[in-house]
Design a protein around this ligand. Structure first.
Ligand SMILES: [Zn+2]
Length: 179
């Protein structure tokens, strides 16, 4: 084939549209550091060199500008993270507030409620079947639903007490067994 002559040592040609840099001038920036002001061919640069020099001197040097930018970015990220953390979590799905306690009344349970107009009270009983023949819970309340709930809770309290073995209970008789 035809090997090209361009070796790695060849000087880089100037980028198209940009004049070649003929020198560098040190300019003191607003931050106090020195920065390089590239100088171009006098004929092309005479008008703009002073403008560029003033512009460079008016602001921070490239290093400081980079650092300021990095600090600004870090600050914005920290701020965003803080805002995200401060945002209240989405509310958890609400449990139904008036859910009755788990478990249903036994089969054949009976509410018997009567309204006493003079007293403006509901009076009633809840009877649940038991092996012993039934257990009644009595109560009264101003509202019928409140009364039903009250009787229901009384039944459940009793049920819980049944499940808990009583400490002081003495079972069985002592005495002369034998025979
Ligand atoms: Zn600086």
């Amino acid at each position: 084939m035809s090997p090209r002559g361009a070796g790695p040592d060849q000087p880089k040609p100037p980028a198209p549209g940009k004049p070649p840099v003929v020198g560098v001038e040190k300019v003191t920036c607003a931050c106090g550091h020195e920065a390089d002001l590239p100088l171009f061919d006098d004929r092309r640069d005479r008008l703009y060199r002073d403008v560029r020099r003033k512009k460079l001197a008016a602001g921070p040097c490239p290093d400081c500008r980079r650092q300021a930018h990095a600090e600004l970015t870090a600050r914005q990220q920290a701020e965003a993270a803080r805002r995200k953390a401060a945002r209240p979590a989405p509310p958890a799905p609400k449990q139904k507030a008036s859910q009755p306690p788990a478990g249903r009344l036994p089969d054949g349970s009976e509410f018997r409620v009567t309204y006493d107009a003079a007293a403006e009270r509901w009076v009633g009983t809840l009877t649940v079947p038991t092996p012993e023949g039934g257990k009644a819970f009595e109560g009264e309340a101003g509202a019928v639903f409140r009364l039903l709930g009250l009787l229901d809770r009384r039944y459940r309290a009793w049920l819980a007490a049944q499940a808990t073995p009583s400490a002081g209970g003495a079972a069985g008789g002592s005495g002369g067994a034998g025979g």
